[in-house]
Design a protein around this ligand. Structure first.
Ligand SMILES: [Zn+2]
Length: 403
């Protein structure tokens, strides 16, 4: 009788846990249809999804009802350290690496932080009466006054900066055939300049690479927008009076469809996640780290510790996020320092160190030459413009009636 009752209760709990899992799955699917990843509004829904998932896992683990995939939480790293990760990359088990990048990978390229009150950039924008620096990426403000955005765009425009060692390391991962996808929060397009292919790239917060008319949705390429922006004009559609806005995700806008599509396919089959130069605070990007299977190693290269699980969930030993310091950690590795140094260190240990240095040297030389040629062209064009202006003025003087 007693055993029968226990069996009954166990059966009920198993059904309940299965229900939670299904509900969670259904919710995720619905969320995608409803564009779960708007740049500002999705953090609470993502967090609650992960909380339900964490709760389900915890109960299942304690009660011994783990699914077969979960029972096999095989330890992947022989030792939880950078060297452990290197051995894993060298093994034939690590075929699908996902890299995730934040602003930290572009700092050494000289991309200025416009939010910093000390930067000249922010100071320059003050004359536009911005209510706060972020207003520049707010749609309402943009529709009302697009000028500050294009002033900033001119300062940050792709082509004025060179990709970093870190960008070329990611490109090298692609060349070695082990990059599944690179997810970036950056809008500087340095990944494209470094040659990472479109197929391997997910620009989660959009890109300057293309633009669209805000009224008729006509598409415009980078070069077209660049000419307008560098002439200090507000890019305006050739087919209607609409402003052409680069495809940067503004606050309140949905993240690109490619982001949602790719993450569903990529993260379940990821073998190793490398997070570079991100403080993992901007949602929904930050929560991606929990989308890899629960035994997949995660390496964070950043100037400080980030993305750790926190709050009451961590006190009871569960929850989402990185878990560097617990005794149960079997997969999270932290390397504190600059992204370029971290990536060169990884390349050295993998035996690709010289190759990486050569790529950086060769590509930087190529970009310098291109920039030199481009500025010479502009100078020549300016000179001939000035010359024809002088000619015209001389002519005008000649044509003046003699009094
Ligand atoms: Zn238009």
């Amino acid at each position: 009788m007693y055993f029968k009752a226990v069996k009954h209760v166990k059966l009920w709990i198993r059904k309940y846990l299965h229900g939670l899992k299904m509900a969670d799955k259904g919710k995720n699917e619905t969320n995608v249809k409803n564009d779960e990843g708007s740049a500002s509004g999705s953090s609470s829904s993502s967090t609650s999804d992960f909380t339900v998932e964490a709760l389900r896992r915890y109960l299942a683990e304690k009660l011994g009802f783990l699914d077969s995939e979960e029972v096999e939480k095989v330890k992947v790293l022989d030792n939880v350290s950078v060297d452990g990760v290197i051995d894993y990359i060298k093994s034939d088990k690590c075929k699908n690496i996902i890299t995730m990048a934040g602003a930290g990978i572009s700092t050494s390229a000289g991309i200025p932080d416009f939010r910093s009150p000390g930067s000249g950039l922010y100071h320059n924008l003050q004359k536009y009466n911005l209510p706060h620096p972020q207003a520049i990426f707010e749609l309402d403000f943009f529709y009302d006054n697009p000028k500050p955005f294009f002033v900033l765009a001119k300062e940050l425009y792709p082509g004025s900066f060179k990709p970093t060692t870190c960008h070329y390391f990611i490109k090298l991962l692609e060349e070695k055939g082990c990059l599944l996808r690179h997810y970036t929060q950056n809008i500087d397009t340095l990944e494209r300049v470094a040659g990472i292919s479109d197929e391997k790239l997910v620009e989660a917060h959009g890109t300057f690479h293309r633009g669209h008319c805000v009224l008729c949705n006509e598409e415009y390429p980078l070069e077209w927008m660049k000419t307008q922006i560098f002439d200090d004009k507000i890019p305006t559609c050739e087919k209607c009076p609409g402003v052409v806005k680069p495809d940067i995700v503004f606050f309140g806008e949905n993240l690109p469809a490619k982001f949602h599509k790719s993450l569903k396919v990529d993260f379940p089959k990821c073998d190793l996640l490398i997070v570079l130069g991100s403080s993992l605070v901007v949602q929904p990007f930050a929560s991606l780290i929990d989308r890899v299977p629960n035994n997949v190693p995660r390496l964070l290269i950043n100037r400080e510790k980030a993305g750790e699980r926190s709050g009451i969930m961590s006190m009871i030993g569960m929850g989402s996020g990185m878990d560097f310091d617990s005794k149960d950690n079997t997969r999270d590795v932290l390397w504190i320092g600059d992204c370029d140094e971290g990536c060169q260190m990884l390349a050295d240990k993998l035996g690709w160190g010289d190759e990486l240095k050569k790529i950086v040297e060769k590509e930087h030389k190529r970009i310098d030459e291109e920039t030199k040629n481009a500025s010479k062209k502009t100078e020549d064009a300016q000179e001939s413009k000035d010359a024809s202006k002088t000619e015209l003025e001389d002519k005008k003087v000649d044509e003046k009636p003699h009094l």
